[in-house]
Ligand binder design. Structure first.
Ligand code: GLA
Length: 684
């Protein structure tokens, strides 16, 4: 069972259906050696569980669960609905997905279903119910893992019907829909619901409101598909938590924050795609995002109130970073540092895809804790070490994470910025959020990710990176925060449009113009590689704007190009607060300097001010205790001024911690740094 006292979870996707029973016995012995305590079973096992309609073959799964249980290993039991068997597609061709250009896809890979097709939904409920009937009270069962990485879309007739119903619910009538989508442009006015289709392939640019609503519709439709499985599983045994694993990718039409309230535990899969220091920055951001979603989670609303916002890293890669079409082997120690970075930021454990590398199948070269070369390998030895590490640091599990700065995230802004008719193809909410997060990460500030409307008390600084869509409620949220004394930093492209992606008039950034004390007249997107100098010796990239001051003071101006002499970075005292505006994307060094200036002016301090460059520091706290995670991402030994007992080695540091190259320490702190002071907001 998923108890609070079970310590950190460790394991990954386990696919016994790909192996004969002798291998299962070796697997379990190796799992014990690595101190694995949780494995995800059955994710893609539908054709092994139901080889023909209504005929179930559970005997192999019975044996696997019994073997795992006998060896003290718990199970996250998956429903296999992300990969219907071939018999299903042949029996229900109407449930196969259709692309925007009308091509019906066939089985032969995975995810070949339309989640709006009644036959698929019924079959998914049936297999979920069969698993619930048989295993809901199994002693190995710790967690239900519904489906895998919800994120598919479809354009079939079932989808079109469901989309129309969803639109009618959202907009009420066609007049409202026509207004929201601005259909007077290009003669798109609808006079009958039957005229409204999914955004199929069309001649030229599609309507932005139509595309945005289609994404929202899919998020809700996939959530409904998840929820009906969850309800069946819960009904069978309410004590077992239910979740699904979120994939972090721009193509996913899933508003993960809205899903958080529907899962008992937020779970993410994380695969950085940069081989340089970018992988570490991406890891920190993914973990902060997951914790931000967890703050909205079901667990927080019920039994978990008052506990830290915890979540689970459900999948990560043991040994590879896929970047630019190439697989890059992680350097020794890197997997452990990534894992510790997740735990430092609130993950309840570390899970991997996958336990054992298969000999065949499409993902045969994806990394595994037991690689093709077997357990006598560096990768498995590092897996064994990580198991021991997680046991040693399990006391951190109840700690909240310090964060002085909040960054706002909004899935729909990302979707809207993806429209091809934008002023530049380089506009991306995630990239802008990453740039802001990276600047703060490099400057050593703890960050939380928040959603528009969240409580902001306790944060020293709120950052809005390309928060393109802003409703009136969002504008009021930001305005109220600043007038009440909050410090705000807004980047270009924020507040430009309303929640339907209609541009706000009378000057950008419409929703935040007053609070920023600026009025933007024109956009000047830059070419790839083009830069613009700033008067403070900084550099801007990607974008520039004609900014007119309307109460704000200039902090830096454009120092070259057509905007020379005009403000680039501004600051505005508004009410009791201060609001900064960045009208360009500063390069990394400039960004770091600017966020440091804004954060320090707001009274924020870095987690470990004396940590050398390349050493990541994260602090967690619980009543009377604090833990400082120090991760040395450099290839040189480093010294960090800090005091406490390193849980990894048992050594006591009186004034300074010595980190080996690529190494880590988790200090149970003594001294002033660890005492509750004013770290900013705790994630309670
Ligand atoms: C995802 C999936 C897994 C697997 C891995 C490969 O996260 O959930 O099934 O495909 O990626 O990296």
């Amino acid at each position: 069972m998923w108890g609070d006292d079970a310590g950190l979870r460790y394991g990954g996707d386990y696919n016994p259906e790909q192996w004969p029973a002798e291998v299962w016995r070796e697997d379990v012995a190796l799992m014990r050696r690595a101190r694995v305590n949780l494995v995800t079973v059955g994710v893609f096992a539908w054709s092994r569980l139901e080889p023909e309609p209504g005929r179930y073959t559970f005997d192999w799964l019975d044996q696997v669960l019994a073997l795992l249980h006998d060896n003290g290993i718990s199970v996250a039991l998956a429903t296999p609905t992300a990969s219907p068997p071939p018999w299903f597609s042949l029996a229900h061709p109407d449930a196969l997905p259709v692309t925007a250009d009308g091509v019906r896809l066939h089985h032969g890979s995975r995810d070949t279903y339309c989640a709006a097709a009644p036959a698929y939904r019924a079959a998914a409920r049936r297999i979920a119910a069969a698993l619930a009937d048989r295993y809901a009270h199994h002693p190995a069962l710790a967690l239900w893992h519904v489906h895998n990485e919800y994120g598919t879309t479809c354009h079939c007739a079932h989808t079109a019907r469901a989309f129309r119903r969803w639109l009618a619910d959202r907009h009420g009538d066609l007049d409202a829909l026509n207004a929201a989508w601005a259909t007077s442009f290009w003669s798109q006015h609808y006079t009958d619901w039957a005229q409204v289709d999914t955004p199929r392939a069309t001649q030229y640019l599609a309507n932005p409101g139509h595309l945005l609503d289609f994404r929202r519709f899919w998020s809700d439709t996939l959530l409904a598909a998840y929820a009906e499985q969850r309800d069946l599983l819960r009904a069978a045994n309410p004590a077992v938590p239910v979740t699904t694993n979120h994939v972090l990718a721009d193509w996913v039409p899933v508003d993960h924050a809205r899903w958080a309230a529907e899962v008992d535990l937020v779970a993410i899969d994380h695969y950085p795609d940069a081989t340089d220091g970018g992988a570490e920055e991406q890891t920190a951001l993914a973990a902060d995002l997951a914790r931000g979603w967890a703050r909205h989670g079901a667990g927080r609303r019920t039994g978990d109130v008052g506990r830290p916002a915890r979540w689970l890293l459900m999948e990560s890669a043991p040994n590879q970073i896929h970047s630019g079409g190439r697989m890059h082997a992680k350097e020794p120690g890197r997997m452990a540092r990534h894992s510790l970075s997740h735990v430092a930021r609130g993950s309840r454990g570390v899970m991997f895809f996958q336990w054992r590398a298969p000999a065949g199948g499409a993902e045969r070269f994806h990394s595994a804790l037991v690689p093709h070369a077997g357990p006598d390998t560096r990768v498995f030895r590092e897996a064994v070490d990580l198991g021991a590490t997680l046991e040693r640091i399990s006391e951190v599990d109840d700690g909240t994470v310090d964060a002085a700065v909040a960054i706002a995230w909004d899935a729909a802004s990302g979707w809207a910025l993806g429209h091809p008719g934008m002023p530049s193809p380089r506009l991306n909410h995630r990239d802008e959020m990453s740039a802001a997060h990276r600047a703060l990460w490099r400057a050593g500030f703890g960050t939380d990710i928040v959603l528009p409307g969240d409580r902001l008390d306790g944060y020293r600084l709120l950052v809005l990176p390309a928060l393109y869509l802003a409703s009136e409620a969002t504008a009021d949220w930001v305005g109220g925060y600043v007038h009440g004394g909050g410090h705000l930093l807004v980047t270009w492209l924020s507040g430009v449009a309303d929640e339907h992606a209609r541009v706000r008039l009378d000057g950008h950034p419409g929703a935040f113009r007053d609070v920023l004390g600026v009025r933007v007249e024109e956009f000047h997107p830059l070419a790839d590689g083009e830069t613009v100098p700033l008067s403070d010796a900084g550099t801007g990239r990607l974008w520039a704007e004609t900014v007119r001051l309307a109460g704000a003071e200039p902090v830096a101006s454009y120092a070259g190009g057509p905007l020379a002499g005009l403000p680039a970075v501004t600051r505005h005292r508004s009410g009791a607060g201060t609001a900064w505006y960045l009208s360009t994307r500063p390069d990394d060094a400039t960004y770091r300097r600017l966020v440091t200036q804004a954060a320090r002016a707001a009274g924020a301090t870095p987690v470990c001010p004396a940590a050398p460059a390349g050493v990541e520091a994260v602090r967690r706290r619980a009543a009377g205790a604090s833990w400082l995670f120090l991760l040395n991402h450099t290839d040189r030994p480093q010294q960090v001024p800090a005091a406490g007992v390193d849980l990894l080695t048992g050594a006591t540091a009186a004034t300074e911690v010595h980190l080996p190259a690529g190494g880590a320490a988790v200090l149970r702190e003594t001294g002033a740094a660890g005492r509750p002071g004013d770290p900013g907001r705790h994630d309670r």
